[in-house]
Write a protein that binds this ligand. Structure first.
Ligand SMILES: Cc1cc2nc3c(=O)[nH]c(=O)nc-3n(C[C@H](O)[C@H](O)[C@H](O)COP(=O)(O)O)c2cc1C
Length: 253
């Protein structure tokens, strides 16, 4: 059983790294062999939109015209039974490095042959293998109760379950555990960088890793359906939009 952590933080020993480490310890305690990909230490260029991967419907891993470390990382991703995504919150969302990674991943692990809510040409995984997925997001000043104002977890969940045939095991949002407001500039700065994680945050990360490995070991995982029950709503919206589009088209003719 292989569990891979993908870390989109810019700090090798930062908050995200420490939480992922605890989660991987938890996974290892339940029998997983673990590995970490520290994205900032790898050569990852941006997508050139050449569509080489998109146009290849056959390969188990879509080819890429950019010669960098993505192929090696994606081979690891495709071998993994469980993947843990980790990212700090920067400017209210995941880091640029994490979104770059997912942007580079989509049409290499998927082909454009899927259908969601009546829309055709959506990503469909190239492999049948189902993977257990989870995420850990670390923030600075945003208290966990207000996470919806400053989070990337729903985006990660929607996209990665779709691209990787993923079963979403769970997620963690590590933010300031505010008991009172900070009183000095130093306290505010410490909170912003979240350098001190609480014992309960470390324990929660470890527990998530344990749960990920236990879920894989049980083997009863099914892909989380794209958009969940929203799929039907989206189908109705798309159908309505297409009707409107046709009307505009006709009125212009
Ligand atoms: C450029 C930048 C932008 C940030 N934006 C936010 C933000 O919007 N909301 C927030 O709560 N924390 C923000 N932070 C704080 C980080 O999320 C926080 O320090 C996180 O724990 C860092 O994780 P790391 O130690 O793995 O780098 C930001 C930090 C940086 C460097």
């Amino acid at each position: 059983m292989q569990v891979l952590a993908i870390n989109g933080s810019y700090r090798t020993k930062g908050t995200t790294a420490r939480l992922l480490e605890a989660a991987l310890e938890g996974a290892a305690s339940k029998g997983a062999s673990t590995d970490v990909v520290m994205l900032r230490d790898r050569n990852i260029q941006w997508c050139t939109n050449c569509l080489k991967c998109y146009n290849d419907l056959e390969s188990p891993l879509g080819p890429c015209s950019v010669d960098d470390d993505m192929t090696a990382i994606l081979e690891q991703v495709q071998r993994a039974d469980g993947i843990l995504f980790g990212s700090p919150i920067h400017n209210g969302f995941l880091t640029a490095l994490m979104t770059l990674f997912i942007e580079r991943m989509v049409w290499r692990v998927c082909r454009p042959t899927g259908t969601i809510g009546g829309l055709r040409g959506t990503p469909e995984p190239r492999q049948d293998k189902v993977r257990a997925l989870a995420s850990i997001v670390s923030a600075g000043g945003m208290p966990a109760r207000l996470r919806s104002a400053c989070d990337g977890t729903p985006w990660l969940k929607e996209n990665c379950t779709l691209y990787l045939n993923g079963f979403w095991v769970g997620d963690m949002y590590a933010a300031a555990d505010l008991v009172r407001l900070p009183e000095s500039d130093e306290e505010w700065a410490r909170m912003y960088h979240l350098r001190r994680l609480s014992a309960s945050q470390i324990a929660k990360a470890r527990e998530l890793g344990e749960r990920l490995a236990e879920t894989i070991a049980r083997g009863d995982i099914r892909p989380t359906p794209p958009m969940g029950r929203l799929s039907e709503v989206i189908a109705r919206v798309v159908t309505r939009y297409l009707k409107l589009y046709k009307t505009v088209d006709e009125s212009e003719a």
